[in-house]
Design a protein around this ligand. Structure first.
Ligand code: ZN
Length: 445
């Protein structure tokens, strides 16, 4: 088979967002395929791993001469330019470890067109992942990489980006970008409550970085005070300039996430971590803030947004991937908004309108309601928050925490929810829903 008609088979393992919002349609295999390192007993694997090691080293050091020597001479010029810019930006980030590894997954197809101009005897696009850590970070972030390789003579070299060809092949893009993909960076650290916050932003956003760093001791102390549980030693906060950057930094999760003040579609922040299937699902936590939306929020809404995201960080290790979103998001909003001036009528105007028109709700939002159109998403957040408010009103604020821990680790399901509610509140699922409806009726009068 000649190179011209050959298709190269390349793996796509979707990057599972362990985020406050899951992707709208997570691929079925995303939760079942754990990325594992492949054995490098195969000489090709060993050689390619060696190239990736050298490439990572050159990127991390910002050594563009070394970098260019590792790129195939026929690679697209735009790819080379981008990789050079990327390594310059990467060298500006407070990253202490940066590497690639070959994961054990199927390869990805590349189209003939995509590889023809390389004029290479062989092209290979295996499943490659990036592993990296910021200064002081315990554990590593584990993210998809999109490099593929081609033979130059007898030597494997980096040849391009699989995402650039994904669309023409009709396969999903991996769509993850690091902040260094956009700009050179500035960073700050802030220590509070025994936690180190590492804040990273494009170099021209120093002032915003400082403002957010300034607000962290208060929000961290409030979130910590509510949860009373050990959590991360370090939290990385990344500032994005707009929604498109936020989506790329969060792995292309699209339009669902935490919109902060529920404006619908305009997401203020999102929290992500390593894929649930990775060896370290609670590591690699990142809070990503969309400054374009964040800047339009009131002081209370900003506090609520930060505490909401910190709640996801704090509870990550005790939350199952299938934990119902009403519990995850309702509780995060409850913690976020406690201590602010945001109350039922201004914090859940759509739910209030709905109850006035159609009567109190009798069921909690399903996960797909959080990924539907903007109006359903907003309503889903509001109703979920109101369930936490109801628990706090009738059983005390600490019952919200107890309910979370009693259900979140089980992953949900009606029986587990029923058991968890009995454990935390002393009433079952059906009675809790009835009493929540009555709470709504009483509040709306
Ligand atoms: Zn959330």
């Amino acid at each position: 088979m000649s190179a011209a008609v050959r298709l190269v088979f390349v793996a796509i393992i979707a990057f599972t967002l362990a985020a406050c919002a899951q992707p709208a349609h997570p691929p079925d295999h995303a939760e079942t395929t754990a990325p594992a390192t492949v054995s490098n007993a195969d000489p090709k694997v060993a050689e390619v791993q060696g190239v990736l090691d050298s490439f990572a080293q050159a990127q991390h050091a910002g050594d563009t001469d070394a970098l260019e020597k590792l790129i195939h001479p026929n690679a697209d010029e735009s790819f080379v330019r981008r990789e050079i810019q990327r390594s310059v930006s990467l060298a500006s980030a407070p990253i202490v470890s940066w590497s690639y590894y070959l994961a054990d997954g199927p390869e990805q197809f590349l189209s003939t067109d995509a590889i023809q101009h390389l004029n290479a005897r062989d092209v290979w696009a295996p499943e490659i992942r990036t592993r990296y850590a910021y200064d002081n970070e315990v554990g590593h972030a584990d993210r998809p990489a999109t490099l593929f390789l081609a033979l130059h003579g007898d030597t494997w070299l980096i040849a391009g980006d699989t995402d650039e060809h994904a669309q023409s092949m009709g396969v999903p893009r991996k769509q993850w970008s690091g902040p260094w993909d956009f700009d050179v960076l500035s960073s700050q650290t802030k220590d509070s409550q025994g936690i180190r916050f590492v804040l990273v932003a494009p170099a021209d956003m120093d002032e915003r970085l400082a403002e957010i760093a300034e607000s962290l001791p208060t929000v961290a102390s409030e979130a910590d005070g509510f949860w009373e549980t050990p959590w991360a030693d370090e939290v990385v906060i990344v500032l994005a300039t707009d929604s498109a950057q936020l989506a790329a930094l969060a792995g292309g999760f699209g339009n669902d996430g935490d919109d902060g003040n529920h404006k619908g579609g305009n997401i203020a922040a999102v929290a992500i971590a390593n894929p649930a299937t990775s060896a370290s699902p609670a590591d690699g936590q990142r809070v990503i803030i969309n400054t374009q939306v964040f800047d339009t929020l009131s002081a209370d809404q900003r506090q609520a947004t930060l505490k909401h995201e910190l709640t996801h960080v704090i509870t990550r290790s005790r939350t199952a991937p299938s934990t119902p979103l009403w519990l995850k998001e309702g509780t995060a909003d409850f913690v976020g908004r406690t201590g602010t001036s945001i109350e039922l009528f201004d914090g859940a105007p759509n739910a209030v309108r709905m109850v006035r028109q159609f009567g109190p709700p009798d069921s909690l939002p399903r996960d797909d309601h959080f990924h539907a159109d903007t109006q359903s998403t907003v309503l889903a957040y509001e109703l979920s928050w109101s369930f936490a408010l109801f628990i706090a009103d009738e059983f005390g604020p600490s019952a919200v925490r107890e309910t979370y821990f009693a259900i979140a680790e089980t992953g949900g399901g009606n029986e587990a929810i029923d058991r968890g509610l009995r454990e935390a509140l002393g009433i079952g699922y059906a009675e809790a829903l009835t009493r929540w409806s009555m709470w709504w009726a009483n509040n709306i009068e």
